[in-house]
Design a protein around this ligand. Structure first.
Ligand code: ADP
Ligand code: MG
Length: 297
């Protein structure tokens, strides 16, 4: 979606959106597959803890293509979040190269990384990370404020995103007036509102019950299918991983397995089999049926 990303740092060459201008500026660092949305090439990450070095990633190479839905699994401490931070341009690798949309971002400075994050990447976390005492709609508008979108456009886009996660009727609700599942849906709308190419979700269902988890996965699957949005989800739960079409397992800072999901689960179908939500949730949010309201683009 953001094919200008590669060119953005080289304003002399904005005319060839899909051809990374880095190639013309430098010797070709690329690329077994120039079409990969993400390519990690022998990525290492070493954290310095006083005198101790923690080797969190030990030479991770992988490619992820646009439109994939990837689940990252592996024991605690195996490097999943470290890798998500690098893919999300929140941190630099110690060694190796990271190509995003064909452009080497491993050495982009902090301001450049912030720019890439704002334009191309949406984040979802286990703990929702909504701003308290700030309405659902205003939470969703925040990334648009950072992106310098004028107020009218912000409101329109935030409302559309809220509709897309089925919460059109909750725009004035504060986070503490929403159930956990609803808060996570607001966080998802906030991740979507800038129209990113990539959604990164680190344990997005870690704090949610079964039905609510499936509701969140249904939204991810719908966005992945309808918008060809690339989704990467870290999860401990094999059940959740099977909504993805590819599973990558980490161990000790390395990829142990990387395989396609056979019999991928369809969250929409699973939801129909699950009992409807408890009275508690009815009280909070009304029937889950209302979430079908805003499924269009
Ligand atoms: P996971 O997400 O799979 O649980 P992490 O990527 O968080 O694993 O951590 C991988 C390793 O790196 C662990 O040994 C962890 O303690 C260490 N680590 C992660 N973040 C930091 C940090 N900011 N400073 C020092 N060590 C870290
Ligand atoms: Mg983690």
């Amino acid at each position: 979606m953001n094919t200008q990303l590669a060119s953005a740092k080289h304003d002399s060459d904005l005319t060839t959106p899909s051809a990374p201008s880095l190639q013309s500026a430098q010797p070709p660092l690329l690329c077994e597959d120039g079409n990969a949305l993400i390519r990690l090439d022998r990525i290492h990450k070493v954290y310095q803890m006083g005198d101790v070095e923690v080797h969190a990633l030990r030479g991770v190479s992988l490619e992820i293509h646009r439109g994939e839905f990837v689940a990252i699994m592996g024991p605690s401490g195996s490097g999943k979040s470290t890798m998500m931070n690098i893919i999300g341009c929140l941190d630099h690798p110690t060694k190796g190269h990271y190509f995003l949309e064909g452009s080497d971002v491993s050495r982009v400075d902090k301001a450049g990384l912030a720019d890439i994050r704002n334009k191309s990447i949406g984040f979802v976390f286990q703990s929702f990370n909504l701003v308290p005492r700030t309405s659902a709609l205003e939470n969703i508008e925040l990334p648009l404020i950072y992106a310098g979108i004028p107020a009218g456009g912000r409101m329109r886009r935030a409302r559309a995103a809220l509709g897309e996660v089925g919460l059109a009727d909750r725009e004035h609700s504060m986070p503490n007036q929403l159930s956990g599942g609803q808060q996570q849906r607001v966080a998802l709308a906030r991740a979507l509102v800038n129209n990113p190419s990539l959604i990164l979700a680190d344990e997005p269902t870690g704090s949610l019950d079964t039905r609510t988890s499936v509701e969140v996965m249904e939204i991810f699957q719908r966005l992945n299918r309808n918008r060809n949005l690339t989704v990467i989800v870290v999860t401990h739960e094999p059940d959740i991983a099977h909504y993805a079409n590819r599973i990558i397992q980490f161990r000790d800072g390395r990829i142990r397995r990387d395989f396609s999901v056979e019999n991928r689960k369809d969250a929409g179908e699973v939801l129909m089999e699950l009992p409807r939500e408890t009275e508690d949730e009815e009280e909070w949010g009304g029937p889950a049926g209302s979430k079908e309201a805003g499924t269009k683009e």
